[in-house]
Design a protein around this ligand. Structure first.
Ligand SMILES: Nc1ncnc2c1ncn2[C@@H]1O[C@H](COP(=O)(O)OP(=O)(O)OP(=O)(O)O)[C@@H](O)[C@H]1O
Ligand SMILES: [Mg+2]
Length: 275
């Protein structure tokens, strides 16, 4: 009986080899997954940093030029329309207070309005790209600001409530949760038909949770989250994928005619633990 020819022994060895191989593969897979997550996270961070830079450039560059333009135009309106001493238009042959001067003043006033609107839009765009209040004061004040902005600019009333979330949180989580609120509320505005929404933020057993609800027309979330359907937008899927990078999860309760509730939860780092 040759020892090497024992079929059972051979089989056992083979099973052992396969087990060792698959363990190695699994380790590699876990390693790749971890590297992939780290990479995806840093892509996200770079993207957010880029938004912050762009927001500042918009505010300080274009915003300041528009402010200067508006001021210049306002001075001209006063000079042309005012008619008083030092009236430049008068020297140039425009009769102060005459019909020509009044017409010019009206057109300049129109230009002031356009400049003011462009300035307002530029500032709002800059803040939406990256609200400074989020970096300066944190999540709850930033959500209150977002609610005010949506009320003023789009007529959507957002009722914000928060529990146990005072002070600052991990900066990445603050941005992550702010983006969830921003996307969910933009969806309410774009798709739901509702004019009000409720936003709840709370800290619960080491998790940070956010809930955005509307009583609008609702939809089928399974279809909206299906990555094989091209026609669907990318807002909800992007939200879900980003939350998963941070160990969080997204739940959507909705059905046609039933309103919508978007619930996101993300674990807080250990030192920001149960609150
Ligand atoms: N609050 C809501 N009420 C009604 N329908 C909604 C609501 N939120 C999302 N939906 C539906 O789900 C779809 C997918 O939403 P999602 O945010 O992923 O994409 P989008 O808003 O269409 O586009 P994007 O977010 O990329 O600009 C929407 O097109 C809409 O039909
Ligand atoms: Mg969307």
């Amino acid at each position: 009986l040759a020892a090497g020819a024992d079929p059972l022994q051979e089989l056992l060895e083979r099973v052992g080899r396969v087990a060792r191989d698959s363990e190695g593969l699994l380790r590699q897979l876990v390693g790749s997954e971890r590297r992939f997550r780290a990479l995806a996270k840093s892509v996200w961070q770079v993207q957010e940093e880029e938004r912050r830079r762009l927001a500042r450039e918009l505010h300080d560059g274009l915003g300041q030029d528009l402010t200067a333009l508006k001021n210049q135009l306002e001075l001209l309106v006063r000079e042309v329309g005012g008619g008083g001493a030092g009236n430049a238009a008068g020297k140039d042959g425009l009769e102060p207070g005459g019909p020509a001067a009044r017409g010019l003043a009206a057109r300049l006033a129109g230009a002031v309005e356009i400049a003011a609107r462009a300035l307002h839009d530029t500032r709002e765009l800059s803040r939406l790209l990256r609200p400074p209040i989020l970096d300066d004061l944190g999540l709850v004040p930033a959500l209150a600001w977002l609610s005010r902005t949506l009320g003023e600019s789009a007529g959507l009333e957002v009722r914000v409530t928060s529990h146990g979330v005072d002070g600052r949180l991990d900066p990445d989580l603050e941005i992550l949760v702010f983006r969830v609120a921003q996307e969910a509320l933009t969806n309410v505005l774009k798709h739901s038909g509702a004019r009000t929404a409720d936003l709840l933020l709370l800290r619960h057993h080491g998790w940070l949770e956010i809930d955005v609800a509307d009583a609008g027309r609702g939809f089928d979330p399974v279809q909206a989250l299906d990555s094989t359907v091209d026609a669907a937008g990318s807002g909800l899927r992007g939200m879900r994928d980003r939350l998963e990078l941070f160990g969080g999860r997204l739940r959507i309760q909705s059905a046609p005619g039933e309103g919508t509730r978007v619930h996101a939860a993300v674990p807080l780092p250990a030192d920001e633990g149960p609150g």
